[in-house]
Design a protein around this ligand. Structure first.
Ligand SMILES: Nc1ncnc2c1ncn2[C@@H]1O[C@H](COP(=O)(O)OP(=O)(O)O)[C@@H](O)[C@H]1O
Ligand SMILES: [Mg+2]
Length: 220
């Protein structure tokens, strides 16, 4: 798909990956509301990489009974390590975390590791994020974490996990809605694209009719 208006984010991610390649791992917090484009940004960035980078993907889900360590299970089946076997037994969490860390350290290729939607993470996954985030600055890893900040209460435990990550190895990408929406009114007007706040104003239902003729002219 054609990713719009995220060149700056892609550039930043590329820079962070360059650092990770040299053994200076980085954690990137990619936040924004549902549908803002967190997943497509990460997918696009990862798809741009060649075979000199390994990728590991894990995701949290909005289950009624959260799956403990869901992302670690996802990742276990993508590595060559003993993780999957260990996870099917009664292995202690500390051991599982260490096995993943060893895998990241010993991988012949630098790794992009993605944890998606951690606003739904169970407590064990939050512990894993803290464990990894505090150690990967010494490893060739780019750790991409996506979450909906709009759905986190001020007392959500993710904030404390983030607060414990080493600042020098942490980057934040706070995504705002992209302006080039296919139905975006601004494209049809002979003015500069409005700022976010103006776009919201134009999209207010009570104001939209004023602009609707122009919208209809150019909508696909
Ligand atoms: N930068 C973008 N360029 C083009 N389409 C986008 C962009 N960001 C989001 N979208 C559209 O919005 C949809 C939702 O994006 P997604 O990445 O799934 O959101 P999120 O992960 O933040 O919930 C995508 O499938 C895509 O159609
Ligand atoms: Mg998503």
């Amino acid at each position: 798909m054609n990713l719009l208006e995220r060149d700056h984010c892609l550039d930043q991610l590329s820079e962070l990956l360059s650092m990770a390649r040299t053994g200076h791992g980085r954690t990137v917090l990619i936040s924004g509301e549902a549908g803002v484009g967190k997943s497509v940004l990460v997918e696009h960035f990862v798809s741009q990489q060649d075979s000199t980078v390994r990728q590991l993907w894990g995701a949290c889900e909005a289950l009624y009974t959260p799956r403990p360590l869901g992302p670690l299970y996802d990742i276990a089946s993508q590595t060559q390590s003993s993780l999957l076997t260990l996870m099917s037994g009664h292995t202690e969490r500390a051991t599982l975390f260490s096995v993943l860390l060893d895998d990241l350290r010993q991988s012949p290729l630098p790794t992009i590791m993605v944890f998606e939607d951690v606003h739904w993470a169970d407590e064990a996954t939050l512990d894993l994020i803290k464990f990894l985030g505090r150690r990967i600055p010494q490893f060739p890893v780019l750790f991409l974490i996506t979450y909906r900040d709009t759905e986190l209460g001020f007392d959500h435990p993710l904030w404390s996990v983030i607060g414990d990550l080493p600042g020098h190895a942490l980057a934040r990408l706070m995504l705002s809605p992209f302006l080039s929406k296919p139905s975006g009114v601004w494209r049809t007007l002979p003015i500069e694209p409005p700022k976010d706040s103006m776009l919201r104003l134009l999209e207010t239902p009570s104001l939209s009719p004023k602009f609707s003729p122009a919208t209809q002219e150019t909508s696909p």
